[in-house]
Design a protein around this ligand. Structure first.
Ligand SMILES: Cc1cc2nc3c(=O)[nH]c(=O)nc-3n(C[C@H](O)[C@H](O)[C@H](O)COP(=O)(O)O)c2cc1C
Length: 175
């Protein structure tokens, strides 16, 4: 598939069938993440793969009101980054997320970015970061960024339309 087609077909998918993601597909998704560029090539990210249904169910409360996409998810990759390793840890781990999201889509696996950084959890006075850190036993220096929630799509959203130019988002030469 041409890259532009892959990019257009990538959509956020929040409802999944019960089909399990194979180890092979999971490794491809993680490998795509590992191919992400990072500031000075320092790769500050760490990932926790969660497939245990009890842990997936517990993760539901990581966001205020509940992270509904976790209700049918068969897998989640929680992404953390080492803030002591580099000052570009947020950019680096965001790209890590994005590459995995795109690879999942190209394999026919639905996924969605679940924001953890700067969000409240469903527990009074507990942030999403604190919730995830405690549930998954994450060390203090590792910053919870986001979770890629995954599963085979219950239905496939339409591809995004091709951008049109001129565009309100693009300036040439000056603002
Ligand atoms: C930084 C970031 C944070 C996001 N956080 C969430 C989230 O917490 N929950 C959610 O359902 N979708 C989240 N999304 C997915 C966006 O809502 C989605 O990408 C956007 O609506 C465009 O739709 P599309 O991905 O289908 O093209 C996030 C995406 C990004 C890039």
């Amino acid at each position: 598939m041409e890259l532009m087609e892959v990019l257009r077909k990538r959509r956020s998918v929040r409802k999944y069938t019960n089909q399990i993601i194979s180890d092979e597909a999971l490794e491809k998704i993680l490998s795509a993440g590992m191919l992400t560029p990072s500031g000075k090539g320092l790769k500050p990210w760490q990932a926790i793969v969660v497939r245990d249904p009890d842990t997936l169910a517990a993760l539901y409360s990581c966001r205020q009101g509940g992270a509904k996409m976790l209700e049918s998810a068969t897998c989640a990759i929680a992404v953390f980054s080492d803030k002591e390793k580099t000052d570009t840890y947020i950019e680096d781990s965001s790209l890590f997320m994005g590459y995995m999201h795109l690879m999942a889509s190209s394999l026919g696996i639905g996924s969605v970015w679940l924001q953890i950084r700067l969000r409240p959890s469903d527990q009074e006075g507990v942030t999403s970061e604190e919730f995830v850190r405690s549930l998954l036993g994450v060390p203090e220096n590792m910053m919870p960024e986001a979770i890629l929630v995954m599963g085979y799509p219950e239905s496939q959203p339409d591809p995004n339309p091709m951008p049109e130019f001129p565009s309100e988002f693009v300036h040439y030469e000056k603002w």
